[in-house]
Design a protein around this ligand. Structure first.
Ligand code: NDP
Length: 458
């Protein structure tokens, strides 16, 4: 019987992720389940008082309108410990404060996470301890494998939550129902009827002060290697028998094992870009290279577009293009499935039959099926119609979904160790080609749609 987490310890509690995403999500989880009791301990490098920490937690809870008995109980008991989380003796003392089953959430820079994992090898962890690790998990396949080996000495794999909050996104979760609880989509879901799949996550935001992290990651590592490959896996995997952690994660892993760069040609199949000075709405963004803390020599991309192939029975020959960028004028967060043309359009129907398209939007959570119809108006003339659904926000934020699973000890929405390595295996050839400068870095004006020479995503 899996024990619910009673003490959540956030390492790196003084950072951006904690206040902006984790705490508001935790507030939602507690509001939804007022009977839940969680003690929260924040550990960070800042010399904060207990009163200041409570103010931080309260402010973040207010952002998600958190309320109720579980929230009040947490606020009354939460503590902050100012410490270096890489020191084994201090980690031991921190864990001694935990009641019941603890979860350690690594809200730390990746390099610090690695050192802390090594330090934990010198600490006797309570048997049921859960570990929650943020992306990026390692910096390439080899380092991810080394981190996995280290973590395996600490706790069993099913107590490790490699967090990818995109898996908690309502639209991604809706794929299970849409694909597997209807007759009409799944029989068409493959190369016979689908000509291409695109997954796009373009945002208007620029760097917003995160050079310390982003300038060493870039769009490929920050978005494609982690979030978008996970979305691809859920979009394209075979139907699992259950949504249990083993079945779901096996299905994703098998799919990703068949995934590789299109034509195994990372130069022809990838594009990278970097924004230059421009305007988005009323905001003028400087060129990326002029942003504070950016080292132009690193040639970090702010826009990445890569096409992959999935070599299996269902998807052979269908390109899957993943794209994500910053400072793009019009935000786009969607999975787009483009269907093949109808075999034969009867003579007498005038106009153009465009491909049928299913668009699944990742926030706001919406779905649109774009179809050809021949009405209203001239009944002999084809026109476009859209079937649209607005799902509305989920009960929990995406981070809330993955946090609730962490607290309940259900790893089904977290990334398994082998899959974390697989995702690096998939992108490593592109990383190598970009490092060798085999692919040019194209400029695009902030506020534009990206370089206009790149293949267009429908
Ligand atoms: P930050 O740099 O804002 O926060 C990290 C925190 O850890 C800082 O408060 C830092 O303190 C503290 N810290 C660093 N070293 C130590 C140490 N030895 N002992 C104690 N505290 C330490 O990073 P983020 O919060 O943005 O990111 C954390 C993780 O979450 C990263 O892996 C990131 O990739 C991931 N992530 C972040 C997202 C975001 O939007 N922020 C989104 C998704 C994932 P100090 O500043 O004093 O060094």
């Amino acid at each position: 019987m899996t024990q619910a987490v009673q003490t959540l310890i956030i390492l790196g509690a003084s950072g951006d992720l904690t206040s902006r995403l984790l705490l508001p999500a935790l507030g939602q989880v507690l509001t939804k389940d007022p009977a839940r009791r969680v003690t929260l301990i924040g550990a960070g490098s800042q010399d904060w008082t207990k009163a200041h920490w409570r103010h931080v937690v309260r402010t973040s809870f207010a952002a998600s309108k958190a309320e109720g008995p579980a929230v009040d109980a947490l606020l009354a008991s939460t503590e902050y410990v100012s410490m270096d989380v890489t020191v084994p003796a201090d980690l031991k003392a921190l864990l001694a404060r935990a009641e019941g089953t603890p979860a350690l959430y690594f809200a730390l820079p990746p390099a610090v996470t690695k050192i802390t994992c090594a330090a934990l090898a010198e600490v006797d962890l309570p048997k049921e301890t859960r570990l929650a690790l943020e992306k990026p998990f390692g910096t390439d396949r080899r380092s991810a494998a080394a981190l996995n080996r280290r973590i395996a000495t600490l706790v069993p794999e099913n107590q490790v939550h490699r967090i990818d909050h995109f898996l908690g996104n309502s639209t991604v979760q809706n794929l299970f129902g849409l694909r597997f609880a209807n007759r009409i989509f799944e029989p068409l879901w493959g190369s016979q009827h689908i000509s291409r799949v695109d997954i796009v996550y373009d945002e208007t935001l620029g760097l917003v002060g995160r050079a310390g992290y982003y300038d060493h990651a870039g769009a490929l590592v920050d978005m494609l290697q982690s979030h978008l490959l996970q979305v691809l896996a859920v979009t394209a995997m075979e139907a699992p028998a259950t949504l249990d952690a083993d079945d779901l994660r096996d299905a994703k892993e098998i799919l990703l094992r068949a995934t590789h760069v299109w034509d195994d040609d990372p130069v022809a199949s990838s594009h990278r870009g970097r924004y230059t000075k421009g305007k988005i709405g009323r905001t003028i963004l400087p060129s990326y290279v002029d942003e504070k803390g950016v080292d132009p020599e690193l040639k970090t991309e702010t826009l990445a577009q890569i096409t992959f192939a999935i070599d299996n029975w269902r998807w052979a020959g269908v390109p899957f293009t993943l794209r994500s960028g910053k400072a793009i004028g019009v935000p786009r967060h969607e999975i787009i499935l483009t269907f093949r043309d109808a075999q034969h359009v009867p003579a007498g129907l005038r106009g153009v039959a465009h491909p049928t398209r299913l668009r699944l939007r990742l926030g706001p959570d919406e779905m649109t099926l774009e179809l050809n119809t021949n009405g209203p108006g001239d009944p002999k003339f084809l026109s476009r119609a859209k079937l649209e659904v607005e799902f509305g926000p989920g009960a929990l934020l995406a981070y809330g979904e993955v946090l609730a699973d962490l607290l309940d000890g259900d790893p089904s929405l977290s990334v398994r160790g082998d899959t974390a390595e697989e995702c690096w295996r998939i992108v490593d050839p592109v990383v190598a080609a970009w490092r060798k400068d085999d692919v040019p870095i194209d400029d695009y004006v902030a506020g534009s749609e990206g370089p206009d020479t790149w293949p267009v995503i429908p």
